[in-house]
Design a protein around this ligand. Structure first.
Ligand code: KIV
Length: 268
C-alpha cells in the first residue's frame, strides 16, 4: 500500500503515471477492512447493493438513507481508502439544488470522499454544481443501470456509431464539468480505449476492456458468491458460494450428529 493515501486529485496523477486504479464495490465494514488490507485503491458503495444484498430486481429502489447507512459502515471499516458513494435514482436528477443537498448529506453523514452519478452532457451542469461546492464527483457512462428500462436491459452500449459519438461527447462534458473519473460500463473495448485516451481523468471500466485506466467489479461477483450471474466480462477469483454451502452443510451435519459443540468449544 502506498505511504500517502490516494486522494481524488490523485486519480489523475495515477493516470499520468500509467498506474491502473483498482476499484471494488463494498457495502459493509467487515469487507471494507479486508479490501483495505488487500490494497484496493478505491471502494465503491454502489447502489448495486440493493440487487446484491436485498435481492431487488434493479438498482432503482435504492434510497438515500440506505446508501448513507452502508457508506457509513464502509467508512468505519476502511480508514485510509477513498470511498465513492452512488447517488441513488432520483436523488440528483430533479435539480442541481436537490443534488447538492443529497450529495451533501452523503458526504457529511458518511465521511466518504466522492459521490458517483449516472449520465453525460445532461448531468454536466449538476456535476459542476457539486464540484464547485467541494463535492468530488465520479461519472458513469455506457450501461447506466438507473436507466436500465430506457436502454432495454443490460446491453453493451456504443456499438451504434451515433451512440458511440454521443458517449465521447458525454465523457468530455463530464471531464470539463470537473468529474474526477468516469466509470464505463458495458462498452466495446475499442471505444472505451478511445475515450480513455482522449481524457485527462481516468476511466474505470466494468465490461469495457483493458484500455480503461482502472477496473471495477462487484465484489460478490468476483468472489463467486452470486451463483447465477455469468456475464462475459466477469472473472471469478474464488468460489465462495461452494465454500459457504459446504461449511454450512458440515455445521448442520455436526449439530445433527451431536459432534458440535464438543468439549473444546464448551465452558467448564
Ligand atoms: O452500483 C454499482 O455497483 C456500480 C458498478 C457496477 C460500477 O455502479
Amino acid at each position: 500500500m502506498a505511504d500517502r493515501p490516494l486522494t481524488l486529485p490523485g486519480f489523475a496523477e495515477r493516470k499520468r503515471d500509467g498506474i491502473p486504479l483498482v476499484m471494488l464495490t463494498c457495502y459493509d465494514a467487515l469487507f471494507a477492512r479486508l479490501l483495505e488490507a488487500a490494497a484496493v485503491d478505491v471502494l465503491l458503495v454502489g447502489d448495486s447493493l440493493n440487487e446484491v444484498l436485498a435481492g431487488r430486481a434493479s438498482t432503482l429502489s435504492a434510497t438515500l438513507d440506505q446508501m448513507i447507512y452502508h457508506a457509513a459502515s464502509v467508512r468505519r471499516g476502511a480508514t485510509r481508502t477513498p470511498i465513492v458513494v452512488d447517488l441513488p435514482f432520483l436523488s440528483y436528477q430533479i435539480s442541481a439544488e436537490e443534488a447538492i443537498r443529497n450529495a451533501g448529506r452523503v458526504m457529511a453523514e458518511t465521511d466518504c470522499h466522492a459521490v458517483k452519478l449516472e449520465g453525460g452532457m445532461a448531468m454536466a451542469p449538476t456535476v459542476e454544481a457539486l464540484v464547485t461546492r467541494g463535492i468530488p464527483v465520479v461519472g458513469h457512462l455506457g450501461l447506466t443501470p438507473q436507466s436500465l428500462h430506457a436502454l432495454g436491459g443490460h446491453r453493451v452500449q456504443g456499438r451504434d456509431p451515433a451512440v458511440a459519438e454521443q458517449m465521447r461527447r458525454d465523457a468530455t462534458a463530464l471531464q470539463d464539468a470537473g468529474a474526477s473519473a468516469i466509470v464505463l460500463e458495458l462498452v466495446p473495448q475499442d471505444l472505451a480505449r478511445d475515450i480513455s485516451g482522449s481524457l485527462r481523468i481516468p476511466t474505470i471500466g466494468i465490461g469495457a476492456g483493458a484500455g480503461c485506466d482502472g477496473q471495477v467489479l462487484v465484489l460478490h461477483d468476483l468472489l463467486g458468491l452470486n451463483e447465477g450471474f455469468h456475464p462475459k466480462f466477469l472473472r471469478r477469483y474464488a468460489d465462495l458460494a461452494a465454500t459457504v454451502k459446504a461449511a454450512v452443510a458440515t455445521f448442520g451435519d455436526d449439530v445433527r450428529a451431536r459432534r458440535f459443540p464438543d468439549d473444546e468449544h464448551s465452558f467448564q
